[in-house]
Design a protein around this ligand. Structure first.
Ligand code: SF4
Length: 94
């Protein structure tokens, strides 16, 4: 399988305390049906166990230049895939 062109390979880190999603991200998640009104995440193909782990992960986003919750990265338009602990990121301006 050939990888799509990507600009960055961003390592996924485990954080001690889950990073909160921003209100903006929550709104976007809700608008796209990935979060219900109670703020519970519903990501397609992601089991509750995976979701729990994802909540404890973060990335240092090279585009936004800040540490973000991995969930936020996962639903980002630049997200291509996750390969052996790294996010393949398109790197387009957001
Ligand atoms: S996919 Fe989005 S959030 Fe993740 S590293 Fe790339 S630009 Fe940042």
């Amino acid at each position: 399988m050939t990888e799509l062109p990507h600009k960055y390979e961003v390592p996924v880190k485990v954080v001690e305390k889950a990073i909160k999603l921003t209100d903006q991200t929550k709104l976007e998640l809700k608008a796209s049906g990935m979060m219900d009104d109670k703020g519970k995440l519903k990501l397609k193909g992601v089991s509750p166990k995976m979701l729990k782990r994802m909540k404890e992960e973060s990335v240092d986003c090279p585009v936004i230049k800040n540490e973000l919750a991995f969930i936020q990265c996962f639903v980002c338009s630049n997200f291509q895939s996750r390969v052996s602990g790294k996010v393949l990121c398109k790197g387009d301006p957001l």
